[in-house]
Ligand binder design. Structure first.
Ligand code: LMR
Ligand code: MN
Length: 639
């Protein structure tokens, strides 16, 4: 389970910038350290109110008891993108309050830099709000876009409860309490097909005064609900917002305020479930589209919603919101950069290249667009010479949005692959100075502090020697199984992370992120049966167990694994030419010998050469770094 795991990382300036885009309400009055919501004080409520609440409220206890506060999909991502998403997740989880910073893109630099070459995208992303828009029928709140069943259940439950409430009855109860509206001025709308949606209309439809009164009442109720929030009564506030969003469903600010209340509660309670509710409320607000005339409110809400969706890993839901923002602010490069960043986070490099390329047509000096474009070129084409000037210019600019560990990693890789080793080293050193990297050699991005760090490890230092020896003892059976798998085309998958310079390097995964890959294990029953008895390898959810087959004349570029939390064992299954193959880890080099086993820390830069003529085959086994406590292991997010 993953719920608001906080990484101790430096605050990210761009994140600060984004986090600053919050509605200026009395956030300071909501302390961060509330463990539990205060108990409901029934004495303050009339019987009628309690009834209303029972009918309407989102049961906080339901949310609390829900075991589904897990939001991050634990799907496998290539190492490169593991690094990226790890970085963004950890940054978003950093509870750093924003510092004052400009929320707009800085002025372009005056230095000349290359014009991007790009082809027009034949399939431009349509600008549409349909996937955040909501269909309302018969006055009921219809389904919203949900991508996870458990979220849908909670949300529907809530909506059902809301829908059960009779508006007229509710209104009269409210009025009984607050006494702000003479009952005779309003009546319930008997026609549930009425498109005006609210179901509460003045008796005299042309009565502008009645509308004014209704607006006044709304404002007062809104104020009251906000006051509950400020007075640290989030449960009461939420009830009030639930009533408001139902009774005044046609008022965008009702949904907006509810979203804000929910996100604050999510923050206080570290609840992804509440955050999901906040997102849904934001979407309802945003669905009003052009009807929302308060520009800054719309912008802030959009950006918050995007930020939360990114945080929960629901990146695919953010694009239509980006498009709405760009439509509203067509002259802001920053909003286009946010869109390409979302594409980058969802690993859609073709879109990154397209969006950043379009941005550069209009703002050729924009360093964030340069950066995104350069990254896409590097990853998509492997044309490092073409990517380099974009990456280099952007990172040298030091502008907000360019100073991220991941970007330093990418520029360093580009320099290395162009053979510019001195510059790469200098760049990595500057990454160390900025605390992006643990050291020049150890450039993993998802790190725990204080772990012993060295390139190669002895068996006896691992704390799991018996389990490693158990596997080693059976190396021949494992080898035979791997060889028979290799015989059938399609079992092994080519390495897909652009780590290979030349040759042929394939892998066959058995465990990933601590999960057994059933189909693959079924075809490798002997190895998986052995592994089943060895928890060191099957419980490490920051790593994999896989066969790695390397053919002759292969070179793997220098690279670093994503985390310092694991160590990597190689059980060598086939290595007929040890003198022609080698693994360099930092500044140490070694080779493979069949039946032998060695351990290294793959967060250190490593590089592989196979200059022989025959297959080299190993079983790769990741296991927890021995310095990590049980509770650290349990709580670390999967990679
Ligand atoms: C790596 O971890 O990148 C390499 O050591 C893999 C391999 O097969 O040598
Ligand atoms: Mn590697």
């Amino acid at each position: 389970m993953r719920q608001y795991l906080y990484e101790e990382e430096e605050p990210n300036p761009e994140l600060n910038m984004r986090r600053r885009l919050t509605i200026a309400t009395a956030e300071d009055n909501i302390p961060d350290d509330i463990e539990e919501l205060p108990p409901l004080d029934d004495e303050e409520y009339s019987e009628e109110e309690i009834e209303i609440e029972e009918e309407i409220e989102v049961e906080m206890s339901d949310i609390e008891e829900s075991d589904d506060n897990v939001a991050i999909n634990a799907s496998y991502m290539p190492e490169t993108f593991e690094q990226l998403s790890a970085m963004y997740r950890s940054k978003m989880e950093t509870k750093t309050e924003p510092k004052a910073e400009s929320k707009f893109e800085r002025k372009p630099q005056s230095e000349p830099e290359p014009e991007p070459e790009h082809e027009p995208d034949p399939d431009p992303e349509p600008t549409t709000a349909t996937d955040i828009y909501v269909e309302y029928e018969d006055g009921d709140i219809e389904d919203y876009e949900h991508d996870e069943i458990d979220e849908e259940e909670i949300s529907d439950e809530e909506e059902d409860e809301i829908s059960d409430v009779d508006d007229a009855e509710l209104m009269s109860r409210l009025e009984a309490k607050y006494g702000r509206l003479p009952a005779k001025e309003f009546e319930s709308d008997p026609d549930s097909d009425d498109p005006s949606w609210t179901q509460i209309k003045p008796k005299n439809p042309t009565g502008a005064k009645a509308e004014e009164v209704a607006d006044d009442l709304f404002e007062q109720e809104l104020h009251k609900a906000n006051a509950e929030m400020i007075n640290e009564n989030p449960a009461k506030a939420l009830r009030a917002f639930n009533i408001l969003t139902h009774t005044y469903a046609h008022k965008p600010t009702a949904h907006l305020s509810r979203a804000q209340a929910l996100e604050r509660m999510a923050d206080t309670r570290r609840s992804n479930q509440l955050l999901q509710e906040a997102i849904e409320s934001y979407k309802r607000y945003l669905a009003f589209g052009e009807l929302i005339t308060n520009q800054s409110e719309f912008r802030i809400a959009s950006e918050r919603c995007i930020q939360h969706l990114r945080f929960l890993g629901h990146t695919h839901q953010v694009f239509s919101i980006h498009e709405l923002l760009i439509e509203r602010y067509p002259d802001e490069a920053q909003l286009r950069n946010q869109l390409s960043l979302s594409y980058l986070m969802s690993n859609n490099l073709a879109k990154v290249q397209h969006v950043a390329g379009e941005t550069l047509k209009r703002w050729p000096n924009n360093s964030v667009a340069q950066l995104h474009f350069g990254l896409a070129v590097k990853q998509l084409t492997g044309d490092y010479a073409r990517a380099l000037p974009y990456l280099e210019f952007a990172i040298q600019s030091q502008e907000a949005g360019t100073q991220e560990a991941y970007f330093y990693l990418a520029l360093g890789e580009t320099l290395q692959r162009l053979g510019r080793h001195t510059e790469a080293w200098q760049l990595h050193q500057s990454g160390v100075d900025k605390k992006f990297f643990l050291s020049v050699h150890q450039r993993s991005l998802y790190n725990e502090p204080g772990l012993k760090a060295k390139p190669f490890w002895q068996l006896t230092e691992t704390g799991i020697a018996p389990q490693l020896e158990q596997l080693q003892h059976n190396w021949r059976a494992i080898r035979n199984e791997a060889l028979s798998l290799l015989n059938k085309h399609g079992n092994f998958q080519p390495e897909a992370e652009h780590l290979r310079d030349t040759g042929n390097w394939q892998q066959y995964e058995l465990f990933s992120q601590g999960k057994r890959l059933h189909a693959n294990c079924q075809r490798a029953p002997i190895t998986c049966a052995l592994l089943a008895k060895l928890p060191a390898f099957t419980t490490c959810h920051r790593g994999q167990v896989k066969f790695s087959a390397m053919q002759a004349l292969t070179h793997v570029w220098p690279h670093c694994g994503p985390t310092n939390c694991r160590l990597r064992a190689h059980l060598t299954l086939l290595a007929p030419e040890p003198h022609l193959t080698s693994l360099r880890v930092a500044d140490q080099q070694r080779t493979w010998k069949a039946g032998e086993l060695f351990i290294f820390d793959d967060s250190f830069e490593h590089e592989v050469w196979h200059n022989g003529t025959q297959l080299r085959l190993v079983l790769i086994l990741d296991f927890w770094h021995p310095d990590l406590s049980e509770s650290q292991r349990r709580n670390l997010s999967p990679i």
